[in-house]
Write a protein that binds this ligand. Sequence first.
Ligand SMILES: [Zn+2]
Length: 389
Amino acid sequence: MTTLALLYSTLLPLHCFASGSTPWLPQLKDWVETNSSTSNPEGISSMRKKLIKALESAGLQAKEIQSDVDPTRYIIEATTGTADEAKIAFIGHIDTVFPKDSTFNQLLASPTHLKGPGVIDMKGGLALMIEVLNDLKNSAPGQWKRIKVLINEDEETGSKSSSAMLDQRVKGLHTAIIFEPGTPQGEFVHSQSGVLWSEIKIHGKAAHAGLSHQLGKNACVELAKLIPALSQKTDYKKYFTVNAGVIQGGTTANTVCEHASAKFDVRFIEKTHADQWLKTARKMLATLPNGFKGEVDISVLIPSLGQEKTKQRLAELKAIGKKLSIPVKSTHVGYIADSNHLAQVPGLSVIVGAGPYGTGIHTDAEQMDLKSFDERKVLILQWIKEATF
Ligand SMILES: [Zn+2]
C-alpha cells in the first residue's frame, strides 16, 4: 500500500491508487470537501484562497479582482508575469450547486471513479489546470508563458457579476480552454444553444363568475390558446425548443380571470429562429380580441456558441488524439455556460469540455471517470505544445 493510499484508507473503498499516478488527489479532496456553493460566501472565499495558492505554486502571479457589478464577488486572474505574451486562457469556476448543508460533502474513491460534490463541475477541471501548468512550466516554458488563468465564482447562477470581466480579459487572445467536463461519454462540445427567457402576460377584465360572467374578459382562456401555438414551434432538427415552464393566472374559481402569464424558455442555435418566435408571439398578442391587452417581457437573452468558434481547434485535437490513440469526439449541448459569451469575443476560438468527465453532474451521484483525468491532460498538454501563434 502506498503512502497516498494510507492517507485515504479511511475513505477509499479497498483499492488503492498506483504510486505517484495521482499526485493531485490530496488537493482535489481538500477542494471537493470545501463547500463552495455559489451562495456560500465563506466557502467561496476559502476556495478562492486555496486555488490562488495552487496557482502560485505553479509559478503564476494571481490576484483577486473585485466585480463592479457585485462588490461581494471576485474573479481570479493569474499570469506567469508576462501578461503581454499570453495567448491562451484557462477558464474555470470555483462555485458549485451544492448547498452549504448538503450531506453530499466528501470525496470518495473507487479504483475507477472519484465521487463528490463538484468533482467534475469543476474542481477536477481546476486540478487538471494546475497539473497542466506545472507540467508546462518544466517541459515547455515558452508555452507556459502563453497562459492566462481566469476563474469566476458565480458561473452556476449565470456569471452575472463576472461575464463582462472575463470577456474583457480574453480580448486579443487566441484560444480559451474551458475546463468544464464535456459530456458523460467524454465528448467535447462543438456548439451550444443560446437561450431566451421571456414572460408573456395577458390582461383581461375581472367579473363575478355567477353574477356578471358576460362582463368579464378571461385572460386565462386567451393565454391557454397561445401556449400550444407557441410551443409547437419546437423543431429538434434545428435545435430549436420552446418550453412553457410556468403558467399563472386568476385569483379564485368564481372570478373571471383578469391577469394570466406564462414563462417560456426558448433554446436556439440560429438567433433568427428566436427572433421569428418572438415576432409570432407579439403578433398573436397584437391580435387578441377586443378588451384584452398583452405584452412580452424578455429577462434573459444569451447568444449561442456556433461551430465556427470550435471547429479548427477540435480538428487539431482530433489529429493529436489519433497519434495518441485517444478518440476525440464532439457534440452539441443545450445548456448555457461561460463559453456562450466568451465565444462572442472577436477573434477568439474556444475549446469547451476540456476537463475530466463523468456522470451525475449537479446531483448527489456526481462522479469522475478517473482515467479521463490523464486522458484530457495529455491531449491538452500536447495541443498547447504544438500551438503556434
Ligand atoms: Zn461548471
